[in-house]
Structures are given as C-alpha cells and as structure tokens.
Design a protein. Structure first.
Ligand SMILES: [Zn+2]
Length: 190
C-alpha cells in the first residue's frame, strides 16, 4: 500500500489506508501542521484500533468507551505508531477531519489549512526515538512541499483548541523536534 504521498518523498515506505473522513480539496493554502496524540484503548499501543477509528470501522464491542467513539468521523492525514511507522489516511491535498473546532492566530477552522499528524501515545509515556525520527522526516518533507509551514507553524492540538484538547501533551519534546528540523533544514539546503 504505497500511494498517495503525492508531492512528498520520504526515505522509507508509508502505509496507505484511504479514510472516508475528509473533504476533497483545500479552500486555502496549507501552512500549518497540527500534532496530536492518540492511543486506543487509552494508554494501550499497537492494537490497530486507531487505524480502525480513522477508517470508520471501529468495533464498539471491543472496549466500553468505543460505543461513543465509533460514531465519530475523524481522521488525521498521518499516524506515526510506536515503532515509527508512518500510516497515511488522507491525501495532504484534501482536508482531513482531525482538529475539530479550532483557531490559530485568529483564523478558525484549522482543518482547512493544516496537516494533521497523530503520534501513538498519551500523556504518561514518553514518545519513542523512532517516532521522533519519522516525525522530523515527515515534517521536513511537508515543509518543502508547503513553504508556508515553518517553525512556529508546527503546533499542538492544545494550542488551537485550548481548554478542549491537551495533546500532544507534556511528554512531547518540542525542543527535540525543533533541533531535528533545524539540522534537517541545513542538510536539505546544502
Ligand atoms: Zn488531537
């Protein structure tokens, strides 16, 4: 499963799971990355349930909270699992339903102009080294494709939906991401 990753080149394969949870196209230029965490059930990794949620096929019988969750129509563009594997659900040229009600610098409806990246995790477990490696690589590729995205426009869900959302949470190391992107920028631009 390799397409779409249109316009992006990554040094490793990406798993493509086409989700129905998106609006075709973009009403405006893409210039923001929104980072999230997710784990299903909460705090349990590698179940495959996040993939099922984004594909709209989560089995409500698997876990008590799923009865409510399985009716939600949500998906990020990308999901990075604990092993650092990148899964893609929505083409970056389409509007994925990941941010909900949100605003950045006074601009509402962040879904329309952002790329959503979910990291498999929670507020307790540190994210893995493989996740940072893949995230940095992915952000770098997105920044080349969408020049409006630069440092300062890679934000957490908690920043664009304060009070309502807290991801990617206290275990996410923003400094590590910043350093990784700086280093990558130098290499990319020679
Ligand atoms: Zn989120």
């Amino acid at each position: 499963m390799s397409p779409p990753l249109r316009f992006l080149t990554l040094p490793f394969p990406v798993l493509w799971w086409p989700s129905p949870h998106f609006t075709p196209g973009r009403p405006t230029e893409v210039d923001l990355i929104v980072l999230h965490y997710i784990s299903l059930p909460p705090g349990v990794f590698g179940t495959g349930d996040v993939i099922d949620l984004f594909l709209g096929r989560l089995d409500p019988r698997r876990y008590a909270d799923y009865a409510h969750l399985c009716r939600m129509r949500v998906s990020a563009h990308f999901f990075i699992d604990r092993g650092g594997r990148i899964h893609q659900f929505v083409d970056t040229e389409d509007t994925a339903w990941h941010a909900g009600e949100s605003a950045f610098e006074g601009r509402a409806r962040c879904n329309e102009y952002s790329i959503g990246i979910e990291l498999e995790g929670d507020e307790i477990h540190p994210f893995t080294a493989s996740q940072y490696t893949s995230l940095i690589c992915l952000c770098r590729a997105l920044m080349l494709r969408y020049p409006g995205i630069r440092w300062g426009r890679v934000v957490g869900h908690s920043q664009i939906a304060p009070g309502r959302k807290k991801d990617p949470g206290p275990r996410f190391d923003w400094e590590r991401l910043r350093r990784g992107l700086e280093k990558g920028g130098d290499t990319e631009r020679g």
